[in-house]
Design a protein around this ligand. Structure first.
Ligand SMILES: [Zn+2]
Length: 314
Protein backbone atom coordinates (compact mmCIF):
# COMPACT_ATOMS: atom_id res chain seq x y z
CA UNK A 1 0.00 0.00 0.00
CA UNK A 2 2.79 2.33 0.98
CA UNK A 3 4.49 1.34 -2.25
CA UNK A 4 1.35 2.12 -4.26
CA UNK A 5 0.96 5.46 -2.54
CA UNK A 6 4.59 6.29 -3.13
CA UNK A 7 4.24 5.23 -6.75
CA UNK A 8 1.14 7.33 -7.20
CA UNK A 9 2.79 10.30 -5.55
CA UNK A 10 5.97 10.10 -7.55
CA UNK A 11 4.23 9.37 -10.83
CA UNK A 12 1.78 12.18 -10.27
CA UNK A 13 4.66 14.44 -9.30
CA UNK A 14 6.46 13.54 -12.52
CA UNK A 15 3.32 14.00 -14.52
CA UNK A 16 2.59 17.25 -12.77
CA UNK A 17 5.84 18.56 -14.06
CA UNK A 18 4.82 17.56 -17.54
CA UNK A 19 1.14 18.41 -17.66
CA UNK A 20 -0.34 18.97 -14.24
CA UNK A 21 -1.55 15.36 -14.16
CA UNK A 22 -3.79 15.87 -17.18
CA UNK A 23 -3.63 14.69 -20.74
CA UNK A 24 -3.38 18.21 -22.11
CA UNK A 25 -0.44 18.67 -24.48
CA UNK A 26 2.29 20.77 -22.94
CA UNK A 27 3.16 23.92 -24.80
CA UNK A 28 6.87 24.62 -25.10
CA UNK A 29 7.72 27.77 -23.19
CA UNK A 30 8.43 30.14 -26.01
CA UNK A 31 8.60 33.87 -26.06
CA UNK A 32 9.44 35.83 -29.14
CA UNK A 33 12.62 37.83 -28.99
CA UNK A 34 12.54 41.60 -28.67
CA UNK A 35 14.08 43.43 -31.58
CA UNK A 36 15.26 47.01 -31.32
CA UNK A 37 16.95 49.32 -33.77
CA UNK A 38 20.18 51.11 -33.04
CA UNK A 39 20.99 53.88 -35.44
CA UNK A 40 22.80 57.14 -35.16
CA UNK A 41 20.40 59.69 -36.57
CA UNK A 42 21.56 62.11 -39.19
CA UNK A 43 23.91 61.83 -42.11
CA UNK A 44 24.23 58.38 -43.72
CA UNK A 45 22.63 56.49 -40.85
CA UNK A 46 22.98 52.70 -40.72
CA UNK A 47 21.19 50.12 -38.62
CA UNK A 48 22.34 47.62 -36.05
CA UNK A 49 19.57 45.33 -34.82
CA UNK A 50 19.68 44.27 -31.17
CA UNK A 51 17.81 41.03 -30.58
CA UNK A 52 17.05 40.30 -26.95
CA UNK A 53 16.08 36.76 -26.05
CA UNK A 54 15.38 35.51 -22.53
CA UNK A 55 18.89 35.77 -21.18
CA UNK A 56 21.13 37.06 -23.92
CA UNK A 57 21.57 39.57 -26.73
CA UNK A 58 22.47 38.99 -30.37
CA UNK A 59 23.53 41.82 -32.64
CA UNK A 60 23.15 42.14 -36.40
CA UNK A 61 25.70 44.51 -37.96
CA UNK A 62 28.13 46.76 -36.15
CA UNK A 63 27.92 50.40 -37.27
CA UNK A 64 30.17 52.57 -39.40
CA UNK A 65 32.64 54.05 -36.91
CA UNK A 66 34.19 53.27 -33.52
CA UNK A 67 32.25 55.96 -31.62
CA UNK A 68 28.96 54.51 -32.90
CA UNK A 69 30.19 51.01 -31.96
CA UNK A 70 30.73 52.29 -28.41
CA UNK A 71 27.16 53.60 -28.35
CA UNK A 72 25.99 50.10 -29.32
CA UNK A 73 28.02 48.73 -26.39
CA UNK A 74 26.15 51.10 -24.06
CA UNK A 75 22.80 50.01 -25.50
CA UNK A 76 23.71 46.33 -24.99
CA UNK A 77 24.90 46.97 -21.41
CA UNK A 78 21.55 48.63 -20.67
CA UNK A 79 19.80 45.30 -21.31
CA UNK A 80 21.78 43.75 -18.43
CA UNK A 81 22.36 40.67 -20.61
CA UNK A 82 25.54 39.32 -22.17
CA UNK A 83 26.17 39.69 -25.89
CA UNK A 84 26.43 36.17 -27.30
CA UNK A 85 26.99 36.80 -30.98
CA UNK A 86 27.44 39.45 -33.66
CA UNK A 87 26.34 38.66 -37.18
CA UNK A 88 27.67 40.62 -40.15
CA UNK A 89 25.57 40.71 -43.29
CA UNK A 90 28.00 41.91 -45.95
CA UNK A 91 31.50 43.36 -46.38
CA UNK A 92 30.71 47.09 -46.50
CA UNK A 93 32.43 48.93 -43.63
CA UNK A 94 29.38 51.04 -42.79
CA UNK A 95 28.22 47.73 -41.22
CA UNK A 96 31.44 46.76 -39.43
CA UNK A 97 33.55 49.89 -38.83
CA UNK A 98 32.40 49.88 -35.17
CA UNK A 99 32.93 46.13 -34.69
CA UNK A 100 36.34 46.46 -32.99
CA UNK A 101 34.78 48.57 -30.20
CA UNK A 102 32.04 45.99 -29.62
CA UNK A 103 34.44 43.03 -29.67
CA UNK A 104 36.70 44.81 -27.22
CA UNK A 105 33.79 45.29 -24.80
CA UNK A 106 32.43 41.74 -25.27
CA UNK A 107 35.44 39.54 -26.10
CA UNK A 108 33.41 36.37 -25.48
CA UNK A 109 30.93 37.17 -28.27
CA UNK A 110 31.53 35.22 -31.49
CA UNK A 111 31.46 37.16 -34.77
CA UNK A 112 29.60 35.37 -37.57
CA UNK A 113 29.65 35.95 -41.33
CA UNK A 114 29.62 34.02 -44.58
CA UNK A 115 32.89 32.76 -46.10
CA UNK A 116 32.57 35.36 -48.89
CA UNK A 117 32.07 38.27 -46.50
CA UNK A 118 34.90 37.01 -44.28
CA UNK A 119 37.27 36.80 -47.23
CA UNK A 120 36.57 40.35 -48.42
CA UNK A 121 36.90 41.68 -44.87
CA UNK A 122 40.22 39.91 -44.28
CA UNK A 123 41.77 41.08 -47.54
CA UNK A 124 40.01 44.45 -48.00
CA UNK A 125 39.70 43.35 -51.61
CA UNK A 126 37.12 46.05 -52.36
CA UNK A 127 39.41 48.72 -50.85
CA UNK A 128 36.65 50.14 -48.65
CA UNK A 129 38.53 49.77 -45.39
CA UNK A 130 41.43 51.85 -46.68
CA UNK A 131 38.96 54.43 -48.00
CA UNK A 132 37.13 54.54 -44.65
CA UNK A 133 40.37 54.99 -42.74
CA UNK A 134 41.23 57.90 -45.00
CA UNK A 135 37.77 59.47 -44.68
CA UNK A 136 37.46 59.13 -40.89
CA UNK A 137 41.00 58.61 -39.55
CA UNK A 138 40.03 59.56 -35.99
CA UNK A 139 37.03 57.25 -35.76
CA UNK A 140 38.36 54.13 -37.50
CA UNK A 141 39.82 51.15 -35.65
CA UNK A 142 43.57 50.53 -35.70
CA UNK A 143 42.71 47.12 -37.06
CA UNK A 144 39.30 46.26 -38.48
CA UNK A 145 37.94 43.28 -36.51
CA UNK A 146 37.06 40.18 -38.54
CA UNK A 147 34.59 37.29 -38.21
CA UNK A 148 35.52 34.29 -36.07
CA UNK A 149 32.79 31.88 -37.22
CA UNK A 150 31.73 31.14 -40.76
CA UNK A 151 28.20 30.07 -41.67
CA UNK A 152 26.70 28.63 -44.86
CA UNK A 153 23.47 29.16 -46.72
CA UNK A 154 20.66 27.32 -44.94
CA UNK A 155 22.44 27.04 -41.59
CA UNK A 156 20.33 27.65 -38.51
CA UNK A 157 22.04 29.77 -35.86
CA UNK A 158 20.65 29.03 -32.41
CA UNK A 159 21.03 31.52 -29.55
CA UNK A 160 18.98 30.22 -26.62
CA UNK A 161 15.40 30.19 -27.88
CA UNK A 162 16.24 32.47 -30.81
CA UNK A 163 16.60 30.81 -34.18
CA UNK A 164 18.07 32.60 -37.19
CA UNK A 165 18.07 30.94 -40.61
CA UNK A 166 20.89 31.99 -42.92
CA UNK A 167 19.72 32.96 -46.41
CA UNK A 168 22.52 33.90 -48.81
CA UNK A 169 21.21 36.15 -51.58
CA UNK A 170 24.47 36.72 -53.46
CA UNK A 171 25.38 39.79 -55.47
CA UNK A 172 23.38 43.01 -55.60
CA UNK A 173 24.04 46.18 -53.64
CA UNK A 174 27.18 44.38 -52.41
CA UNK A 175 29.30 41.60 -53.92
CA UNK A 176 27.74 39.18 -51.44
CA UNK A 177 24.92 39.47 -48.92
CA UNK A 178 23.35 37.46 -46.12
CA UNK A 179 19.76 37.74 -44.93
CA UNK A 180 18.63 36.22 -41.61
CA UNK A 181 15.13 34.93 -41.01
CA UNK A 182 13.71 34.48 -37.48
CA UNK A 183 10.75 32.09 -37.89
CA UNK A 184 9.22 32.53 -34.43
CA UNK A 185 9.27 36.31 -34.77
CA UNK A 186 8.46 36.16 -38.50
CA UNK A 187 11.21 38.73 -38.90
CA UNK A 188 13.44 39.04 -41.94
CA UNK A 189 16.71 40.93 -41.59
CA UNK A 190 17.35 41.86 -45.22
CA UNK A 191 20.54 43.91 -44.84
CA UNK A 192 21.07 46.34 -47.74
CA UNK A 193 18.58 44.57 -49.96
CA UNK A 194 16.45 47.46 -48.68
CA UNK A 195 17.30 51.04 -47.82
CA UNK A 196 13.91 52.21 -46.61
CA UNK A 197 13.10 55.69 -47.96
CA UNK A 198 16.78 56.39 -48.50
CA UNK A 199 19.04 56.84 -51.51
CA UNK A 200 20.76 53.46 -51.88
CA UNK A 201 24.30 52.62 -52.94
CA UNK A 202 24.66 51.68 -56.62
CA UNK A 203 28.35 52.32 -57.16
CA UNK A 204 29.13 48.63 -57.66
CA UNK A 205 26.98 48.70 -60.80
CA UNK A 206 24.51 45.92 -60.04
CA UNK A 207 21.06 47.53 -60.06
CA UNK A 208 19.85 44.68 -62.32
CA UNK A 209 21.15 41.95 -60.00
CA UNK A 210 19.64 43.85 -57.05
CA UNK A 211 16.22 43.81 -58.76
CA UNK A 212 16.59 40.06 -59.39
CA UNK A 213 17.31 39.54 -55.67
CA UNK A 214 14.17 41.49 -54.76
CA UNK A 215 12.06 39.35 -57.11
CA UNK A 216 13.44 36.15 -55.57
CA UNK A 217 12.87 37.33 -51.99
CA UNK A 218 9.35 38.59 -52.82
CA UNK A 219 8.53 35.13 -54.23
CA UNK A 220 10.18 33.00 -51.57
CA UNK A 221 8.75 34.79 -48.51
CA UNK A 222 5.38 35.61 -50.07
CA UNK A 223 3.48 33.14 -47.87
CA UNK A 224 4.80 34.34 -44.52
CA UNK A 225 5.10 38.07 -45.34
CA UNK A 226 7.62 38.72 -42.57
CA UNK A 227 8.31 42.11 -41.05
CA UNK A 228 11.31 43.58 -42.84
CA UNK A 229 14.31 44.88 -40.86
CA UNK A 230 16.49 46.75 -43.38
CA UNK A 231 20.15 47.78 -43.32
CA UNK A 232 19.18 51.44 -43.58
CA UNK A 233 15.93 53.15 -42.56
CA UNK A 234 12.98 52.05 -40.44
CA UNK A 235 11.54 48.54 -40.26
CA UNK A 236 8.24 47.97 -42.05
CA UNK A 237 5.91 45.63 -43.88
CA UNK A 238 7.04 43.04 -46.40
CA UNK A 239 5.15 44.58 -49.29
CA UNK A 240 5.87 48.23 -48.61
CA UNK A 241 9.61 47.85 -48.13
CA UNK A 242 10.42 45.34 -50.87
CA UNK A 243 8.10 46.94 -53.43
CA UNK A 244 9.33 50.39 -52.44
CA UNK A 245 12.96 49.37 -53.06
CA UNK A 246 12.00 47.75 -56.35
CA UNK A 247 10.19 50.88 -57.56
CA UNK A 248 13.17 53.10 -56.69
CA UNK A 249 15.56 50.86 -58.65
CA UNK A 250 13.20 50.59 -61.62
CA UNK A 251 12.71 54.36 -61.68
CA UNK A 252 16.40 55.19 -61.65
CA UNK A 253 17.03 52.64 -64.42
CA UNK A 254 14.13 54.00 -66.49
CA UNK A 255 15.14 57.66 -66.06
CA UNK A 256 18.74 56.88 -67.02
CA UNK A 257 17.68 54.71 -69.98
CA UNK A 258 15.44 57.52 -71.32
CA UNK A 259 18.43 59.85 -71.61
CA UNK A 260 21.01 57.31 -72.67
CA UNK A 261 20.10 57.05 -76.36
CA UNK A 262 23.48 58.39 -77.48
CA UNK A 263 25.28 56.15 -74.93
CA UNK A 264 26.69 59.11 -73.03
CA UNK A 265 25.12 61.15 -70.23
CA UNK A 266 26.05 64.82 -70.17
CA UNK A 267 26.44 66.63 -66.84
CA UNK A 268 23.19 68.46 -67.59
CA UNK A 269 21.38 65.16 -68.16
CA UNK A 270 22.76 63.77 -64.89
CA UNK A 271 21.39 66.72 -62.94
CA UNK A 272 18.06 66.50 -64.78
CA UNK A 273 17.75 62.86 -63.70
CA UNK A 274 18.75 63.83 -60.18
CA UNK A 275 15.92 66.38 -60.13
CA UNK A 276 13.44 63.88 -61.54
CA UNK A 277 14.41 61.38 -58.82
CA UNK A 278 14.12 64.10 -56.18
CA UNK A 279 10.60 64.88 -57.37
CA UNK A 280 9.63 61.18 -57.14
CA UNK A 281 11.46 60.52 -53.87
CA UNK A 282 11.78 63.83 -52.01
CA UNK A 283 14.11 64.06 -49.03
CA UNK A 284 15.64 60.62 -49.40
CA UNK A 285 18.82 60.80 -47.32
CA UNK A 286 21.91 59.03 -48.65
CA UNK A 287 23.13 55.74 -47.14
CA UNK A 288 26.86 56.38 -47.58
CA UNK A 289 29.14 59.19 -46.47
CA UNK A 290 29.62 60.21 -50.09
CA UNK A 291 27.89 63.57 -50.60
CA UNK A 292 27.49 63.31 -54.40
CA UNK A 293 26.07 59.76 -54.08
CA UNK A 294 22.92 60.57 -56.09
CA UNK A 295 24.82 61.72 -59.19
CA UNK A 296 27.44 58.97 -58.85
CA UNK A 297 24.60 56.43 -58.72
CA UNK A 298 23.21 57.81 -61.97
CA UNK A 299 26.56 57.51 -63.73
CA UNK A 300 27.02 53.98 -62.38
CA UNK A 301 23.60 52.93 -63.67
CA UNK A 302 24.42 54.51 -67.05
CA UNK A 303 27.61 52.43 -67.26
CA UNK A 304 25.71 49.30 -66.22
CA UNK A 305 22.95 49.84 -68.79
CA UNK A 306 25.61 50.47 -71.43
CA UNK A 307 27.23 47.14 -70.60
CA UNK A 308 23.88 45.36 -70.63
CA UNK A 309 23.27 46.79 -74.12
CA UNK A 310 26.70 45.68 -75.35
CA UNK A 311 26.18 42.20 -73.97
CA UNK A 312 22.81 41.82 -75.67
CA UNK A 313 24.12 43.09 -79.01
CA UNK A 314 27.11 40.75 -78.97
ZN1 LIG B 1 24.94 49.81 -45.92
Amino acid sequence: MAFVRKYLLTSCFTLALLAACSNEPVAEPSSAAEISQFTRPGFASVNSWLIETGDRVVLIDAQRVMSAGKEVVTAIRQTGKPLEGIILTHPHPDHFGGLAAIVEAFPEAAVYASAETTEVMKTDSNGYQAATREAVPNDSPEMFAVPTKVFNDGDILQFGSLELVVDEIGQGESETMTMLYAPKENALFVSDLVANKMTGFLLEGRSGAWLDQLERVLASYNDSEPTIFPGHGAKGSFDALLSGQKAWLEDIRRLVADKLQDDILSDAEVSEIENELDALYPDYPIVAEIPPLASLNIRAVAAELGEEKNRSSR
